[in-house]
Ligand binder design. Structure first.
Ligand code: GDP
Ligand code: MN
Length: 398
């Protein structure tokens, strides 16, 4: 899960990293009050889960209250690189003397943690890396290593922080690392980590985080209370919320064919097969969801899965693609029948089995003589049939 800037700042603040005072507001009516509370000048910043907001006009400095309201009125209706703005952050504007970039992320290739930093921050790191590759330093924190103040100080020095900033930078690196570890993050990025203050007053200068990007590892959500504090009403898809409550790996898409399979790879292929069939048949039928039922494709799991998938009124047919492993297809077949009775399903279901006890499973379904259960030999055939059935339904309901 990616966090909004205002949420990411919260996590940095919890570790004691200095960020300018700021208030998150969702509508224009609250901007004047927020600006008043923060004190002028302020920066009005679009809250979207995408970078390059500055270049897209989503970050504006306002010298007075009216300018802040105007900026917010311009920014709130914006869609930036395909993302609708979810609110604005009204933040205390600081006088920037220098911009650094620092991030900590999971490095899958070397199976440890990557610290990326450059003394020429501000723009996106990809651009910096393209234009000034020599300025970007990359260091590692070993998976089992501890990262202490000494290591952080060494790192801050080699990154190229100005002499006077090294100690503070080391503290920030250490706190970022704590933030990363304690929150099970996959990315903690500060850009810009800005040196702010009055250029003529050495004592006023300090480093603070003006922008933050944090991604959390969804697999760790269970030990953070599901990260409920970061769930925002506007982002929540009601089907996905319910699926999460039921412990299902479900992603809501926008089509008409519900897809249920076991194993993420198999489900992804099934989605492609449905999309392709819809295109091939010229109907524009698309998959309605991703649902990986996992290893335990028993009756209970099948029941919950079908319930979620069919609760989406757009769904006109369901494609069940199971490769029998530890769970045999025989069990899955019984599960499907049980779920159909319990839920009173009348929409067409296309089943494709392979692997452990596939023929037995298919026989069980055949002998049940349900008119809305269809069986197919291959994934492509099953997807084509499910797409056709969904198209027929769409046609007949016109
Ligand atoms: P991004 O474009 O999405 O990465 O948004 P940022 O929050 O990084 O803002 C873009 C740029 O706006 C920064 O690199 C700064 O140059 C500028 N900016 C952001 N906050 C402030 C601030 O408090 N004061 C000043 N002077 N500039 C700011
Ligand atoms: Mn930024």
């Amino acid at each position: 899960m990616d966090l909004y800037e205002y949420q990411a700042r919260e996590l940095l603040e919890e570790q004691g990293i200095d960020t300018p005072r700021a208030l998150f507001v969702e509508d224009e009516g609250q901007v004047a009050q927020a600006a008043e509370t923060i004190g002028m000048p302020v920066v009005v910043k679009a809250q979207v889960k995408i970078g390059h907001r500055g270049q897209a006009g989503g970050v504006r400095i306002a010298q007075d209250r009216n300018a802040a309201v105007t900026a917010a009125a311009d920014i709130l209706p914006m869609t930036i690189h395909g993302h609708r703005v979810n609110g604005v952050l009204v933040a205390e504007a600081r006088n920037i003397l220098h911009e650094y970039y620092v991030s900590i992320s999971v490095d899958r290739a070397s199976r440890d943690f990557d610290v990326l930093a450059t003394a020429s921050g501000g723009t996106e790191v990809e651009e910096i890396a393209r234009e000034h590759p020599e300025s970007v330093k990359r260091l590692h924190i070993g998976a089992l290593e501890d990262f202490d103040l000494e290591a952080a100080t060494r790192m801050a020095r080699s990154i190229g922080f100005y002499h006077a900033d090294v100690d503070q930078a080391a503290q920030i690196l250490l706190r970022m690392w704590r933030c990363f570890k304690e929150n099970d993050a996959t990315l903690v990025e500060i850009n810009p980590l800005a040196k702010v203050g009055d250029p003529d007053d050495e004592g006023s200068k300090s480093l603070c985080a003006l922008d933050a990007k944090i991604s959390l590892d969804d697999n760790a959500a269970y030990r953070h209370d599901g990260w409920k504090r970061f769930a925002t009403a506007r982002d929540a898809d009601p089907y996905e919320v319910k699926a999460r409550e039921l412990g299902l790996h479900y992603v809501h898409l926008n089509g008409q064919v519900g897809v249920i399979g076991n194993g993420a790879g198999l489900v992804m292929s099934s989605l492609d097969a449905v999309s392709f069939a819809g295109q091939d048949q010229g109907t524009g039928i698309q998959p309605a969801n991703f649902l990986d039922i996992g290893g335990g494709a028993d009756a209970e799991a099948m029941c919950r899965s079908l319930e979620i998938v069919l609760s989406d009124p757009q769904v006109a047919s369901v494609f069940i693609n199971v490769y029998g492993g530890i769970t045999s297809c025989e069990q899955v077949a019984l599960g499907i029948l049980e779920a159909m009775d319990e839920l009173g399903i009348d929409k067409p279901i296309v089943v494709r089995f392979d692997g452990n006890a596939a023929p037995e499973g298919l026989r069980i379904l055949e002998e049940a003589h349900r008119s809305n259960i269809h069986m197919a030999r291959t994934m492509e055939q099953a997807a084509a049939q499910a797409a056709r059935l969904a198209a027929q339904d769409k046609e007949s309901s016109k």
